[in-house]
Design a binder for this molecule. Structure first.
Ligand code: NAI
Ligand code: MG
Length: 366
């Protein structure tokens, strides 16, 4: 019998796009941790294919991905993404050449961003008594339309009469599907609580449609406690009363901003994960820490890899390996609890030291 018939190991083909700056360091760290996880647990394996799509390559050859790049990605079980963006390339070029087309073309209309205080780390909210159980949120971000639809244009560009429009697009289908996902997320968590964020006092069309569809979908979920916040007041509530929040749903722009605040409040942007999901599972989903390429610390070997590991855990969970995902999270928290942390979390370890500690912890756990 050919040897492959004996193999019961499930192979996951992962497209890896390290991108720019610390994206490269943390993707390498995540690949190392994921490989340790599959080797230790057995039963599944990851096969990584690295795509050298980055701003550095763009400057050399004039393109980010091949013309059929999105088609290439569709063949994978999942995509692991580092970060894109570098000072020599305008940010709207890098984002619109790589990350935004991927999210849109692969129907990744949900962006899930959990936030909590990890064992052994402290929130800057210590003054308001934040303890790990006081801040445990999931932000559900609309990831396909809204303020990042790319609609608009510029006229009279090089004159003092220059006009630019940036049009937000909100569709019933787009809002309804993100609301359903948010209610399901709230339902899967112990507190059964969903807060919806808009700015429907000042923005009276798209945001009002958000409100309306929220209350319509809410009728299907009578067991979920709901409330509604304006985005400006939401920033205040996140700081002063973190405990009052659980699951949060917001537009593409609002959730982008609120999730950076959430990350900072939980200790550091360096720990925050995100999942770009196609809930229909027709296309691969994409997993990435929420931070960017951090040019200020790139090349120094000090980037916090925890956000990359947590994103990897979310990928493993999405692929159906619950036990491995839980184990990876446990390993990460045992390491932070032991004080093995990078500088952004008040520690003195570097990327490689934290990575090796997480790998050693995985081997201990399983
Ligand atoms: P950033 O997230 O790269 O950095 C903000 C601050 O947080 C910096 O001081 C940085 O040193 C620190 N930081 C970020 N990640 C860290 C980590 N893992 N460990 C320790 N410290 C960390 O945001 P910034 O500076 O606004 O953007 C830099 C570039 O990244 C820009 O070109 C931007 O467009 C791009 N970007 C790309 C994203 C993506 O690929 N999804 C997301 C956000 C920004
Ligand atoms: Mg962001």
């Amino acid at each position: 019998m050919p040897s492959h018939i004996h193999s019961t190991s499930r192979i996951y083909n992962i497209a890896s796009i390290p991108g720019d700056g610390i994206g490269v360091d943390i993707t390498e760290a995540a690949v190392q941790v994921l490989t340790t996880l599959s080797n230790t647990l057995g039963g599944f394996e990851f096969e990584f294919k690295t795509f050298d799509w980055s701003s550095k390559k763009y400057l050399e050859r004039g393109w980010y991905m091949e013309d059929d790049g999105l088609e290439q990605l569709k063949k994978y079980d999942a995509i692991y993404f580092g970060a894109v963006g570098w000072p020599d390339v305008p940010d709207h070029i890098s984002l619109w050449s790589l990350i935004l087309p991927i999210r849109k073309a692969l129907n990744q209309y949900v962006n899930v961003r959990p936030t909590r205080i990890l064992e052994g780390t402290k929130s800057p909210l210590a003054a308001v008594q934040a303890s790990p159980s006081d801040l445990n949120w999931v932000i559900v971000r609309e990831n396909s339309e809204g303020e990042y639809s790319g609609q608009g244009g510029t006229s009279h560009e090089h004159s003092e009469h220059a006009i630019a429009t940036e049009v937000s697009i909100f569709t019933q289908v787009g809002i309804e599907r993100i609301m359903r996902f948010a209610f399901e997320t709230a339902k899967s968590r112990p507190r059964k609580k969903l807060t919806m964020v808009t700015k429907s006092n000042a923005q009276r069309h798209g945001m009002v449609l958000w409100d309306k569809i929220f209350y319509k979908v809410a009728k299907e979920y009578p067991d979920i406690e709901i409330d509604k916040m304006l985005v400006d007041a939401m920033t205040v509530r996140m700081v002063y009363n973190p405990k009052s929040l659980d699951t949060i749903v917001a537009t593409n722009l609002h959730a982008d901003i609120l999730s950076d605040l959430a990350a900072a409040l939980s200790g550091s942007i360096g720990i925050a994960p995100s999942s770009n999901l196609d809930p229909t599972r027709k296309n691969p989903s994409m997993f990435e820490p929420i931070h960017g390429s951090a040019p200020d610390i790139a090349g120094k070997g000090i980037a916090n890899p925890v956000g990359a590991f947590w994103s990897a855990a979310e990928m493993v969970r999405w692929l159906g390996q619950e036990k491995a995902a839980d184990g990876l999270m446990k390993a990460i928290e045992n390491v932070t609890a032991a004080g093995v942390k990078t500088r952004d979390l008040g520690g003195d370890k570097n990327t490689v030291e934290v990575t090796l500690a997480v790998c050693a912890e995985i081997e201990k756990l399983f």
